[in-house]
Design a protein around this ligand. Structure first.
Ligand SMILES: NC(=O)c1ccc[n+]([C@@H]2O[C@H](COP(=O)([O-])OP(=O)(O)OC[C@H]3O[C@@H](n4cnc5c(N)ncnc54)[C@H](OP(=O)(O)O)[C@@H]3O)[C@@H](O)[C@H]2O)c1
Length: 331
């Protein structure tokens, strides 16, 4: 099979010919039909996670996919050969940018029936991120007010819909050309961040989803009401992240890294949390009825044949493509 691999950090990815994987106990093998691209792919390729997730290079890349089950490992009951599925494999077992991939069945769900393979491949990573931000890091309930930065991005476009699905009032920031699309996704307050200040429209919110980091973490924290929570997916880590990694030894490091955010939050009477999303087939299965009802739909910026992945991936976020996610097709 063909697989796009990272041979050395900070070097271009390279296509390799590799054997089709055989499933171990608890795994299924999936023929990849489409794979979603994420900023995380480039962060991993640059070596930004090399200490936290020490991949043994060469590593097949790719963080999410949709496809068809071709083989089943022992002990797997939920899936059979021929099932259409979508998944975000565990961060330690990447491999979506390949014609076949072995994935723990725990990380997989049946593909929503109303979606194409391209659409389904665009959802797992960002949908899980939004679910975990709004149901684990915070507990969004009907009537709560949620502010989502970057509402036309891959994450923001789905996070708006997940927050609306949970009953929240949603405010978001987008570029001028994406104001209308953010409204159609369900955002109640849409701020054109290029011409407007969101502080003029967004105050006393319960939750902020910070997708930008840097100064924006501190700036957007100020729109929270006392007792509110900012969840950052890009800012400094917190000590819970050390637990999630199973590395309590790095807790002091994480505590030190997040000291400025914690201090700012303390001064305002709010809470700062970091989220690094995790794989979960169960959460994908649980949200599937909302996807099949049309309450949550993927926004596709562009798709292209997988042969172009090596050249297109480094352009992600740099080249103007329109709102939503970029997806590579393998079949
Ligand atoms: N920790 C986690 O588990 C996790 C999970 C998912 C994503 N992430 C991170 O979250 C970030 C967003 O991911 P993504 O997939 O949504 O990326 P993306 O598709 O590239 O979207 C980024 C969006 O941010 C917008 N933006 C840029 N500057 C802005 C500003 N000053 N104000 C408001 N919006 C602004 C961009 O709009 P314009 O292009 O119009 O400026 C774009 O729509 C990335 O850093 C990613 O690594 C983390």
């Amino acid at each position: 099979m063909k697989a796009l691999t990272l041979r050395k950090y900070n070097q271009p990815l390279v296509w390799n010919e590799m054997p089709i994987p055989t499933p171990r106990a608890g795994e299924i093998v999936i023929q990849v039909h489409a794979a979603g691209l994420n900023p995380l792919d480039n962060m991993i390729a640059r070596g930004q996670f090399a200490l936290l997730f020490p991949y043994r290079l060469p590593q097949v890349m790719g963080n999410e996919l949709a496809g068809v089950v071709t083989a089943i490992g022992t002990g797997v009951k939920k899936f059979k050969v021929g099932d259409e599925v979508f998944t975000r494999p565990d961060i330690h077992h990447l491999g979506a940018f390949a014609t076949y991939v072995a994935v723990s069945a725990e990380d997989v769900a049946h593909k929503p029936r109303n979606l194409t393979m391209v659409e389904a491949a665009a959802l797992p990573l960002v949908t899980l991120t939004a679910i975990q931000a709004f149901t684990e890091k915070t507990h969004v309930k009907p009537g709560m007010k949620v502010f989502i930065q970057g509402g036309a991005g891959g994450l923001g476009s789905v996070a708006i819909q997940v927050a609306k699905h949970l009953g929240a009032t949603v405010a978001t920031t987008v570029s001028t050309h994406d104001v209308e699309i953010a409204r159609t996704l369900g955002a109640d307050i849409v701020v054109d961040y290029r011409t407007q200040k969101y502080e003029d429209y967004v105050q006393n919110f319960d939750v902020v989803l910070d997708t930008l980091g840097g100064n924006e973490t501190f700036r957007s924290m100020k729109v929270l009401k006392a007792g509110g929570t900012l969840v950052s997916v890009i800012g400094s880590p917190d000590t819970d992240f050390a637990d999630q990694l199973g590395k309590p030894i790095v807790k002091p490091l994480m505590w030190w890294a997040g000291r400025k955010e914690r201090k700012a939050a303390r001064q305002q009477g709010v809470t700062y949390k970091f989220l690094f999303m995790r794989a979960s087939g169960q959460q994908l299965a649980d949200i599937t009825p909302a996807i099949e009802s049309g309450a949550i739909r993927p926004l596709i910026a562009q798709s292209f044949p997988a042969e172009k992945l090596a050249e297109e991936l480094p352009q992600l976020g740099k080249k103007k493509t329109g709102p939503g996610k970029t997806v590579a097709t393998f079949v």
